[in-house]
Write a protein that binds this ligand. Structure first.
Ligand SMILES: Cc1cc2nc3c(=O)[nH]c(=O)nc-3n(C[C@H](O)[C@H](O)[C@H](O)COP(=O)(O)OP(=O)(O)OC[C@H]3O[C@@H](n4cnc5c(N)ncnc54)[C@H](O)[C@@H]3O)c2cc1C
Length: 473
């Protein structure tokens, strides 16, 4: 008999709690993963993210083969097909136990419950582990037993629970058998068949070794300065680990370990390590929101009152936003970064999301969907959380009257225009001052005959329109 390990978004052998437990007795282990093309469409998973997932799966297959574990990729349409398919797989491979790491979104939970029921009916045990987050939803609850809706008390509670939890990364399991000679995963063929455009392999090479190398680079060069650099899109000031975290090629505990190595304890003051830890806690927080308030996974705002907001229908402006042609240089550079890299800097995600939902008063759900369809790190919890924060519809969101002025934002965070000019090369000859001043920009564009659009909306008018819409609620 063998144990079955089911991989989903935990594509690594090191610090993988389900794999570690499945392999710890030295009994045979078989691994399975499911490609679910219909589900991917329903979830708006981007082609780049899927290519990256498949490529990471291929690397994982090689790592597992070295441990004597074969990984099989089964192809089904959607989550509903998985219970039957995985039961059949378990029967065919003589498995008497199923191991997996828990996931928290509505559809994923339903899928896992159905699989657990199907296995229980066959008298096969299932073991599920808390692995994806530092601390699982439900571990931090308010005094009255509810889910937190504000980040700071959540974080304080989080720090208390974390002190009492073992968050040390686990090693990879010891080899169970001689290395397998053949690794048969058809990822390359699948990528071709599904016609998925490749991700930027030069920026995000697949596999946990590459992810660890990026973490080591960040720990050595960025972590202690993260508090000063993280808002500057032109510099390498953040970890850029999100695509690997999204597919699980690296674990959050492995990220936390570099903080603990540097600070020996949970840092709470404003150091680079403390601010980076804060971001990892935000990651947990948004999962906790998705889990505690499932309506946010169903395209509903967290703040029910904002359901009544009168969003504008403006296809032309929405397209200009998508294509980086709004006439606001920082917004355009950011949207082009997303198209070119499948990734966008956090400060810019806030600026562009707020521009769509406030300046253009276009429904944040359209922007959320577009981000998912283009991001390599697309993640329902963080994406929904970020969009609802920016649109002032979410938990602990920005107040509706705090509307970023994109020109002030670029002056503050891209003062020399290096980032803007990289992604909007047509603005290379524009003076730095003009990049942050609409009147000067218009004058220089005209004088230098540069092909760049005039702002599609006036900042002052747009601000007042958004304020009025929110006030009317
Ligand atoms: C509108 C909007 C949409 C977003 N969509 C996503 C998304 O789909 N996937 C995603 O992973 N992040 C998303 N974020 C959060 C954040 O922008 C990215 O996690 C971050 O830019 C990734 O870059 P990094 O790995 O260099 O992050 P770092 O700054 O190095 O942070 C380390 C890790 O912490 C987590 N993290 C950082 N900031 C946040 C945050 N605000 N919320 C939740 N987790 C965070 C990420 O896992 C990140 O990789 C979104 C933010 C906004 C405002």
């Amino acid at each position: 008999m063998a144990s079955l390990i089911w991989f989903r978004r935990d594509l690594r052998v090191s610090d993988n709690r389900a794999l570690y437990q499945a392999a710890k007795n030295g009994e045979p282990v078989v691994a399975v993963a499911f490609a679910t093309s219909q589900q991917w469409l329903i979830h708006d998973d981007s082609p780049g993210k899927l290519s990256f997932w498949l490529a990471n799966l291929q690397v994982l297959a090689e790592r597992l083969a070295a441990l004597g574990i074969s990984l099989h990729l089964e192809i089904v349409a959607d989550f509903a097909d998985i219970p039957e398919a995985i039961c059949r797989f378990a029967r065919e491979h003589g498995c008497n136990a199923l191991y997996f790491n828990r996931e928290y979104e509505v559809n994923e939970q339903k899928r896992d419950e159905a699989v657990s029921r199907a296995f229980a009916a066959q008298k096969i045990k299932t073991f599920a582990y808390a692995d994806r987050l530092l601390l699982e939803p439900g571990r931090m609850l308010t005094g009255s037993g509810g889910f937190y809706t504000i980040f700071t008390p959540f974080k304080n509670s989080w720090l208390g629970v974390a002190q009492l939890s073992d968050l040390t990364p686990l090693p990879a399991p010891a080899p169970l058998a001689s290395p397998l000679k053949q690794v048969v995963l058809p990822s390359a063929r699948l990528i071709k068949e599904l016609k998925l455009p490749g991700w930027r392999e030069d920026l995000w090479p697949a596999g946990e070794t590459a992810a660890q190398a990026r973490l080591a680079h960040f720990a050595a060069n960025g972590l202690d300065k993260y508090n000063e650099m993280r808002d500057l899109p032109a510099v390498d000031g953040t970890s850029c680990l999100s695509p690997w975290l999204a597919c699980g090629a690296i674990s959050p505990r492995q990220c936390l370990a570099v903080i603990m190595r540097a600070r020996k304890n949970f840092p709470t003051e404003g150091s680079g390590e403390a601010v980076w830890l804060n971001e990892l806690i935000w990651r947990d927080f948004y999962y906790h929101v998705v889990s505690g308030f499932p309506r946010v996974s169903r395209s509903q705002p967290f703040r029910k009152k904002t359901t009544a907001l009168q969003w504008r229908h403006d296809e032309e402006s929405f397209l200009a936003w998508q294509n980086g042609l709004t006439g606001y240089p920082i917004v355009d550079a950011a949207m082009r970064q997303l198209k070119q890299m499948g990734w966008m800097h956090n400060r810019l995600r806030m600026i562009t999301a707020m521009f769509l939902s406030k300046h253009l008063l276009i429904d944040w759900r359209l922007g959320e969907k577009y981000f998912m369809q283009n991001l390599l790190d697309g993640d329902l919890a963080a994406n929904n959380g970020g969009w609802q924060w920016s649109a002032s519809t979410g938990t602990d969101a920005v107040p509706y009257f705090r509307i970023f002025n994109p020109f002030s934002q670029s002056k503050r965070f891209d003062n020399d225009g290096k980032f803007i000019k990289k992604f909007c090369p047509e603005l290379a000859e524009v003076s730095t001052a003009a990049l942050h001043n609409p009147a000067k920009l218009a004058a220089e564009i005209q004088k230098k005959k540069i092909s760049y659009p005039a702002p599609i909306v006036d900042h002052k008018m747009a601000r007042e329109r958004a304020l009025a819409a929110f006030k009317n609620l």
